[in-house]
Design a protein around this ligand. Structure first.
Ligand SMILES: [N-]=[N+]=N[C@]1([C@H](N)O)O[C@H](CO)[C@@H](O)[C@H](O)[C@H]1O
Length: 812
């Protein structure tokens, strides 16, 4: 701390904690066990120790948090505000411990107490406040912003229930409410002083030439802050999650006194639903009023908080873009444009044009998908009902845009066919729009916003996704992390391009052996965990072939399980052919209303039941599907993988981020030229990537060929044998038609081209087996994958956002 600061006569420097020596750490831990958790070592449960440890680590997070906040205020630094309906954080304890440089001390202290740090850390529930890649990306970006010293706030919703818990009954997915808040959350601080009214419905009347909106309903958004510590303990940012609270006047006392108790509580109950549960759809928008209300709840509370903070030290809102950047994580917070314009015009007297220009300079929009069903649009009627003032602003924006650009091409406009198009709204109210991989950004420009791109040719830029190496290597894969430090020295954690130094060691047999040992360790750890937590026994010396991600037809888990059946049939035909033992590992949830995805889950489990019980093949092929895939499970699965399945229909996976995590942990990718696979292959080299399948343009062409599915199936003996087996009920004894829907789809539509890519996928899988048998060659390829994927650090992505979109320089 540079100059000492006195507040209330307290020298804040006096508050700093002593260096965390093992002894000091032990004392602080036992202090919290006794005085914060309220128990003693003799009676403490795993939960008690975990809470005491969390408070001990949290203490250390507050220093970089306070100093970062003070520096940002004192130096009047520009801040970025990352608005996202999802933050798939996972667990925080071990991540914070590593970023504060306290893992070794903590492990040592728990050893001396006769306890196991990892076991205690495993007791923490995941904060599953997201569906998949989009939510996890937001979490990786927050951690990178803190590590880089980029002043930032993450704004999200404090869902009482995150993504549902998944279990299997008879192979079928069954959902149960997730309840991470059932026990105290040691990482969050309630900020009742930071609460904002958020209005809904009601009407807008013109008074003295001004539009005055009187909401019919109003809730309170209460802030809950979590420190996000950067690696190195130099900086920490804030994740502010809003909880919906009924404003006092919502309880209808009159009705209550009239004895109509439930009706009296109704408005209150409504208020709470705003932050009750996360919508479980990944890349699908359902257009529900509650979802729109949740999106506005998040956005309005956040934009009010941003303007309030700015006006605390600035009085000229025209300079807002110099101090504030707002990033919209997909269209979910796209109402931010109209909301900021509303505040500037209705509360701060700005003219409409000036307000629009100002907002556009402040806002950035990231598009994460091209899937039509994921592009949000709200009916004009619903928008008028829920947000009448914002609809006025959107209509005015649309008129203004038409005036500015003259007659617009067909299909361009914010409101079309009685629908408000949130993608177009986000585009016209942002100064930069980015896609999340090079291929995706090209498709965003060519297919999603061609007209707007030609009107605003400088707005669309690419920022390829990234992942944080702290969680996805240092935390998830300690043996590999240690080998990297032993080989490259420390520092790779914050400068991942240094992994390239491994290329100098690829020819060293001792290094290859050590590298191989880290993979074996990860496999043994996973096998132990699967046995203990899922009662699943897997061989340790097999090729671990892993596909973990949300269940969606474009991600083609179906093609993977169909190939697994073909492989099983091949082994049965010739068991002695020197097969590479394989463990096929699946993980992933389907949106509860996505029936086809749920059928695919059931098929995978049905195939597993038959294949795993087959005495002829079970030593050569196992299929496992541990239920409830989440961030913590990914941290155990990804380091153990030999083969990473990134097999989406080309042009449909905007980026993928699991693909990056697998490559950084030494898995080889079998994949299509889709999303970031393209760039991973460019970085690791075509020789170190198992490519197959149609390209994005070939996909478009193939879809236009009539009967493309039937043609492809008739050409593939292997696929026909697989479909035959399914149709005969091999995997659904007594119910041969169980998968009639899937078979019908494959023969007659197959929009995701499973049949067209099957043989290419099959040939490539056989090449994988041949390569795996050449142990040294596989090791070399695996080492080169780690060495050449430093580019996919989220630090690199965030630096690009800072320079190309947010115009912010790091404080560190
Ligand atoms: N929504 N959404 N989009 C996704 C993922 N499903 O969350 O965003 C992820 C993060 O950008 C992408 O990696 C992924 O390809 C894309 O489908």
């Amino acid at each position: 701390m540079s100059e000492s600061l006195e507040v209330h006569g307290v020298d804040l420097d006096d508050l700093t904690l002593p260096e965390p020596t093992p002894e000091q750490f032990r004392r602080s831990l036992l202090h919290h066990l006794q005085y914060t958790v309220g128990t003693d070592p003799e009676h403490a449960s795993k939960f008690d120790w975990r809470m005491a440890l969390s408070y001990t680590i949290r203490d250390r997070a507050l220093e970089p948090w306070f100093s970062a906040t003070r520096r940002t205020w004192n130096e009047d630094r520009k801040r970025v505000y990352y608005l996202s309906m999802e933050f798939l954080i996972g667990r925080l304890l071990e991540d914070a411990t590593i970023n504060l440089g306290l893992r070794d001390v903590a492990v040592e202290v728990f050893d001396r107490l006769g306890l196991d740090f990892a076991d205690i850390a495993d007791d923490e529930p995941d904060a599953a406040l997201g569906n998949g890649g989009l939510g996890r990306l937001a979490a990786c970006y927050l951690e990178s912003m803190a590590t880089l010293g980029c002043p930032a706030y993450g704004y999200g919703i404090r869902y009482e229930h995150g993504l549902f818990k998944q279990r299997f009954e008879g192979g079928r997915q069954v959902e149960a409410p997730e309840d991470w808040l059932v026990t105290d959350n040691p990482w969050s601080f309630t900020r009742p002083e930071s609460a904002y009214p958020v209005g809904f419905r009601g009407e807008v009347v013109e008074q003295d030439g001004r539009q005055v909106w009187t909401p019919q309903l109003q809730v309170l958004a209460e802030a809950h802050d979590t420190p996000v510590v950067g690696y190195g303990r130099q900086w920490a940012n804030t994740l502010r999650l809003w909880a919906a609270k009924p404003s006092a006047d919502l309880f209808d006392l009159e009705r209550f006194n009239a004895g109509d108790f439930t009706a009296a509580a109704e408005p209150e109950a409504w208020a709470r639903t705003l932050s009750r549960v996360l919508y479980p759809n990944d890349t699908t928008s359902r257009g529900k009023e509650l979802r729109l209300s949740q999106e506005y709840f998040l956005t309005s509370a956040s934009v009010q908080d941003i303007v309030r903070r700015y006006l605390e030290t600035h009085d000229d809102l025209r300079r807002l873009p110099e101090y504030v950047a707002i990033q919209m994580n997909d269209t979910h917070p796209a109402i931010a444009g109209p909301e900021l314009i509303r505040l500037l015009v209705d509360d701060h007297g700005f003219g409409f044009d000036a307000a629009v220009d100002l907002s556009t300079q402040v806002l950035g929009y990231t598009n994460h998908t091209l899937l039509p069903e994921a592009l949000e649009h709200w009916s004009v009627g619903l928008m008028r009902k829920v947000l009448p003032r914002h609809l006025q602003i959107i209509e005015q924006l649309d008129r203004r845009d038409a005036e500015l650009h003259g007659p617009r091409p067909e299909g361009v406009g914010l409101i079309l066919d009685d629908q408000v198009k949130m993608g177009d709204l986000a585009f016209v109210t942002s100064h930069k729009i980015n896609g999340v991989s090079a291929l995706h950004t090209d498709l965003v420009r060519r297919d999603l916003f061609p007209a707007l791109d030609s009107l605003h040719p400088d707005r669309i830029v690419n920022v390829t996704n990234g992942v944080t190496p702290r969680r996805w290597i240092a935390l998830a894969n300690p043996p590999l992390a240690q080998l990297l430090t032993d080989t490259l020295g420390s520092g790779w954690e914050t400068d991942l391009e240094r992994l390239r130094g491994l290329e100098d060691h690829v020819d060293d047999p001792a290094f290859r052996e050590a590298f191989g040992a880290t993979k074996r360790q990860a496999k043994e750890r996973l096998a132990g965990w699967l046995a203990d937590h899922h009662g699943i026994e897997v061989p340790k010396d097999a090729l671990y072939d892993v596909q973990v991600k949300r269940l969606h037809e474009y991600k083609r888990q179906l093609m993977n399980i169909l190939w697994t059946i073909a492989h099983w049939q091949r082994i049965k035909r010739d068991p002695g052919a020197g097969w590479v033992p394989r463990v096929k590992i699946f993980g992933g949830k389907a949106a509860p209303s996505y029936d086809m995805a749920k059928d695919i889950i059931r098929l995978i489990n049905d195939v597993a039941a038959v294949v795993n019980a087959d005495p002829e093949t079970r030593d050569l092929l196992q299929v496992v599907y541990p239920a409830n895939y989440n961030v913590s499970m990914a941290e155990k699965l990804i380091p153990a993988a030999d083969l990473s399945e990134q097999i989406s229909t080309a042009g449909m996976e905007a980026s993928g981020t699991g693909n990056m995590k697998f490559a950084l942990n030494g898995a080889l990718t079998i994949g299509t030229l889709d999303g970031a696979n393209v760039e991973i292959r460019e970085h690791v080299g075509a020789d170190n990537f198992f490519l197959f399948g149609l390209t994005a343009d070939e996909v478009t062409a193939r879809r236009n060929e009539p009967d493309h599915a039937r043609t492809a199936i008739e050409k593939s003996q292997a696929m026909r044998d697989v479909l035959q087996a399914i149709a005969e009920g091999t995997f659904s004894p007594g119910e041969p038609n169980r998968y009639g829907g899937i078979l019908d789809m494959l023969w007659n539509s197959d929009w995701f081209l499973v049949a067209s890519d099957f043989d290419s996928y099959d040939e490539t899988q056989q090449a994988v087996d041949r390569t795996y048998l050449d142990h040294e060659r596989w090791q070399r390829m695996a080492i080169l994958n780690v060495a050449r994927t430093g580019y996919f650090s989220s630090d690199r992505s965030v630096r690009e956002y800072m320079s190309h979109i947010w115009n912010i320089t790091p404080a560190l």
